[in-house]
Write a protein that binds this ligand. Structure first.
Ligand SMILES: [Zn+2]
Length: 119
């Protein structure tokens, strides 16, 4: 670990110190944007959980009378369909929230705090 960091350490071009820049990560977005990301992630998780639960319930075989089978089949189809309608936007919302929370890879000088983007 220590050896790896020493190998990756760069010279700082601002304070002219050798091997003080170390790889680290910072948030790409500012704090208010990250708060929005978290707000998007919460309903997304609930939606996905709820949708998956609905799918599970619709796929679970239940005791149904023979003459009720057709109606039951239609009900299962409707539940499955609404589950997809819930899961899909939840997934997109989750992806968006995750993008807002993404971190950026940088090199940071341990001495003067100079930040360099890691390509
Ligand atoms: Zn520096």
């Amino acid at each position: 670990m220590t050896n790896k960091f020493k190998l990756l350490a760069l010279d700082c071009s601002v304070c002219k110190t050798e091997r003080v820049m170390q790889p680290t990560t910072v948030s790409k977005m500012s704090n208010p944007v990250r708060a929005i990301g978290i707000i998007l992630l919460i309903p997304s998780f609930i939606g996905m959980l709820f949708g998956l639960l609905m799918m599970f319930v619709s796929l679970t075989p239940s005791a149904v009378a023979a003459d009720d089978k057709a109606r039951h089949g239609f009900g299962v189809l409707m539940v499955g369909f609404s589950a997809i309608i819930i899961v899909l936007p939840s997934f997109v919302l989750g992806l968006l929230g995750w993008l807002l929370l993404m971190k950026k890879k940088i090199y940071k000088c341990q001495r003067c705090g100079f930040i360099l983007d890691r390509a």
